[in-house]
Design a protein around this ligand. Sequence first.
Ligand code: ADP
Ligand code: MG
Length: 390
Amino acid sequence: MDIHEYQAKEILAKFGVPVPRGGLANSPEQAAYRARELGGKAWVVKAQVHAGGRGAAGGVKLCRSVDEVQTFAAGLFGKLLVTKQTDANGKGVYRLWVEGASEIAQEIYLGFVLDRKSERIMIVASAQGGMEIEDLAENAPDSLRRMTIDPAVGLSEFQARELAFSLGLKGGQIAQMVSILRACYRAYRDLDAVMVEINPLVITGTGDLVALDAKMSFDTNALFRRPEVAELRDRSQEDPRESTAGDHGLAYVGLDGDIGCIINGAGLAMATMDMIKLAGGEPANFLDIGGGASPERVVRAFRTVLADANVSVILVNIFAGINRCDWVAEGVVQAYREVGLTLPVVVRLAGTNVEGGKRIIQASGLPLISADTLAEAAAAAVAARPRNAA
Ligand code: ADP
Ligand code: MG
């Protein structure tokens, strides 16, 4: 789960990371009010969306008067911001963060990620911040410093110091960096984060380190024990298809094609995506109904997949172990009738009670397309697309 920049800054500040003073605004008028309240001569107004690359996309602006703050905020508020990290639809701007402008002498990149290879938290840093990490990896790979943290020891002082030196920091900056690194590590570990990123961490005109941007993501499987994190969720930033499915206990992933997929198990979903592509099609989504799916659950799955207007065919692929093919078949038939389906539906059932399942499909008299293997099912789904049929 992602959170907003201002929320990440608030969390990191509690752990001891220095951040600029700022305030949240839910309207352009409030943005102007915040600027006046903060005082000073220059402010940065920042769109709060769950995506980076806002600066380059016009979502961040340095303003030199309160009027400029309000005008910029008015142009941004309620709009969809498209950045390099969003899809073509962008993300809605409903919250603005106004903070005092910092003088920037240097921008540093700092990230904490989970390194699956070493099974440890890894720090990635570069003295050439400001750019996104992907661009850094491509344009300045030699500037990247990496360091893994032993979970039994934690981030030791000497490791943090070594990293600070390798970034070319000097004097009092070393101690500041050590304290920032340790604060980020503690925030990551104590809150079950999967990512903490400060880009840029700047050296100001007076030589001090300040986090001008912050990003945090959290392990959704751990949210049950982090209520203070769970409550930071902002549904306006999520794919509505995915959040609605999640509410019903269904795992849904939205994609860009037109074949809707109802499957049990993530592994089978991956295989099905591959087979659809191999057959020349594009999946619109996949919905994992999980184990032990009742007919009602299958009906709900159909409704969720159909909520995507791009879907022109539905492929049901069930390999029943814990599941039972006859229940799934009942669900398919029920969904067909209840939802008033008009789209072609391809059904491939295998495993527990497969004979019973096939009988139900046949006896229904509905125009369901049956397939025995995954390859046949994928090919049938591609062939059944209206644009192919036409
Ligand atoms: P994003 O990463 O989404 O583009 P950032 O918060 O990193 O958004 O802002 C983009 C750029 O704007 C930063 O790299 C920095 O140069 C500048 N910036 C951001 N906040 C401030 C600030 N408080 N004072 C001065 N410059 C800022
Ligand atoms: Mg940034």
